[in-house]
Ligand binder design. Sequence first.
Ligand code: HSE
Length: 345
Amino acid sequence: MVLNIAFIGFGVVGQGLAQILVSEAESLRRQRGFEFRVVAIADKVKGSVYDPRGLDLTKLLALVERGARLDEYPSSSKGLDSIKTITDTDANVIVEVTWTDLRTGEPAMTHIKTALARKKHVITTNKGPIALAAKELLSLAKKNGVQLRFEGTVMSGTPVISLGTRNLAGCQIRAVRGIVNGTTNFILTEMERGLSYANALAQAQKLGYAEADPSADVEGHDALAKVLILANTILGGSLVKDQVPCQGITGITAKDIQQAKAERKRWKLIAAAALKESGGVEAYVRPEKIPFEHPLASVSGATNALTFVTKYLGEVTIVGPGAGQAPTGFALLSDLLDIHRTLAK
Ligand code: HSE
């Protein structure tokens, strides 16, 4: 089965997947029988292209690299907007990688609903719609007999969603707790090394970790979106964002960091969700002082870590990249391979 892929959005993350597809196409075909065609790309700023015979990703990446528009690519059809790219092309997998809006989830929410209603599989790294409406979107996917996968919404390509929803299914997960925002962890690490807050944030932006609006990172909203995704897709919760107390790192000064160090502790932005005794799920995001000897204290830079507290395995902790172009591009590839694997059956 050949997957016909359309990208909605072609920024850092979309290009990250495209680069991996270019590099690995041959090995994926040989090792996994994974055959694909990228048939369309629609980007609000860069323009759009569509060719049912398949597009040359190397050429498209080169165009974008030199700042040219995608429309300069010679193809059979140009100028389809994002909705038409979903509805009027023969793509059967939609890669939704537009910008994240944690307030409304748009425009990704509409893209995803449109694609699922048209019986197209969707993979996304977009936290907005999944944080706001995971259950609704998953049931829409189910109703239409297609898949919605979102591995890259939490900890980029480090597979916490697969671990929580598939590998640990049946293990009675009672809580999750960890560091799920790369930008703030990077800033706290660099501040401990003596860099100012402003310089550390500028570095995180330069390295592609931060959100387009970095206040989403430093005020904890990105971590809040991720803990909502974990609570609602792994712990079976139905939390909405106003039910989750959220505090970011903007109140932490260089002095606080040095003081914690003198106590052999380190500030970390912790996101946690747990089943309540009385039923339901509770969650929070807040900075906590973690003792040096605790495993989370040594998770530094843009690295993330998440501990699953389970009945049958006790604690299971996964540590890995939480942001960045290649790790997030890989998250999308892992979703594509999962879809391919299930369809091949
Ligand atoms: N801004 C996010 C972070 C990107 O720093 O973790 C990955 O979701």
